[in-house]
Design a protein around this ligand. Structure first.
Ligand code: 13P
Length: 344
């Protein structure tokens, strides 16, 4: 794959008005989602659920790419065509989660480092053969009384950079995802400090590992109050602090930034993204969009409940959320539009 291809893929991932659907839950994580709707976590139900999502009419209108899990990348739609083909037909790029999860970091109680570098060049080569165009690796940074440690920031930044370099050599655009968790009672100020620290370390590591920034997409968490913090910052403050940190740390060469939702409610995740784009319109070096998992899927999952008869309602819920987030990526979303579109 030539450098031009990687540039074109990265640009397509953050095309105006579009974002990414993260549907790369591991078998364990999708099991937790299925528990909530009383659906058994078996291969056919996982396939049927993803098939329902991917067959949503007009999915490509607001979704540029879908992140898949290893099993899903190999699965087929009900008519026998592969998910990769089905997505491609609708103008949606298939991506693949390549990390193998956050594992305990030795000598750093309560902290993790994301693993998956072993055999990664070989795995990436296979994923390219299977049709993947981009990849994702999620690093997890937890804010606690004595955490994060500089050890965990350095270890995670290093692994993210090694992953990104391997992907680019294999012909995949890496999504670089350092997630600062919302869990805990920390303030938004503390989240801002840790996010700035993390992103600085990540970009230093990417530079050391020769990663071409134009061929990357950043997937950060927003700067937000801890879930259990008594004082929850308002939407415009979350947006302003998030943009401030990104401007301080993320080079303008990066193709685009797509946020994770991280446990925010679906409408709040949309409102935060919209506020960033509305407040800073014309004053941002990169497109700001979404790569939501829960915030895109939750309403569809609830409507689906594992029943064929609910497929249309579930697809309508996904189409609605995708449209709202597409508008937010342009700074054109409003609570009024949310109500109107829901009622339509
Ligand atoms: P959430 O939007 O649910 O945080 O998921 C995004 C994701 O890809 C996590 O790695």
């Amino acid at each position: 794959m030539s450098a031009n291809d990687l540039a074109a893929i990265a640009q397509a991932m953050v095309a105006p008005g579009k974002g990414i659907l993260a549907a790369d839950e591991s078998t364990g994580t999708i099991g937790k989602r299925f528990d909530g709707i009383n659906v058994e976590n078996n291969e056919e139900n996982r396939r049927a659920y993803r098939d329902m999502l991917f067959l949503t009419r007009g999915i490509g209108d607001h979704i540029s790419g879908v992140i898949l899990y290893d099993e899903t990348l190999r699965q087929k739609s009900a008519d026998g065509s592969s998910f990769v083909k089905l997505l491609g037909k609708n103008g949606v790029l298939p991506g693949i989660k390549v990390d193998t999860g956050a594992k305990p970091l030795p000598l750093c109680p309560g902290e993790t480092v994301t693993e998956g570098l072993d055999n990664l060049p070989k795995r990436c080569a296979e994923y390219v053969q299977l049709g993947a165009k981009f990849a994702k690796w999620r690093a997890v940074i937890d804010i606690g009384r004595d955490t994060p440690s500089s050890t965990s920031i350095a270890a995670n930044a290093h692994a993210l950079a090694r992953y990104a370099a391997i992907c680019q050599e294999a012909g995949l655009v890496p999504i670089v995802e350092p997630e600062v968790l919302m869990d805990g009672d920390h303030t938004i100020e503390r989240c801002e400090e840790v996010t700035e620290w993390t992103l600085n370390a990540v970009y230093e590591a990417l530079y050391l590992n020769r990663v071409v920034l134009e061929h990357t997409v950043l997937k950060p968490s927003m700067v937000i109050s801890g879930k259990k913090c008594a004082k929850q910052a308002p939407v415009d403050e979350v947006a302003a602090r998030t943009v401030r940190v990104l401007k301080r740390t993320v080079p303008a060469a990066v193709a685009g930034i797509v946020f994770l939702s991280g446990g925010q409610s679906d409408e709040l995740a949309t409102a935060h993204l919209n506020s960033m784009n509305a407040q800073f319109k014309g004053n941002l070096p990169w497109p700001l969009s979404f790569s939501y998992g829960r915030a895109l899927q939750q309403p569809a999952l609830k409507a689906w409940k594992g029943a064929t008869g609910n497929v249309a309602a579930a697809q309508a819920a996904l189409a609605h959320r995708s449209k709202m987030n597409g508008l937010a990526s342009l700074g054109k979303y409003s609570a009024e539009l949310e109500r109107q579109s829901k009622a339509a």
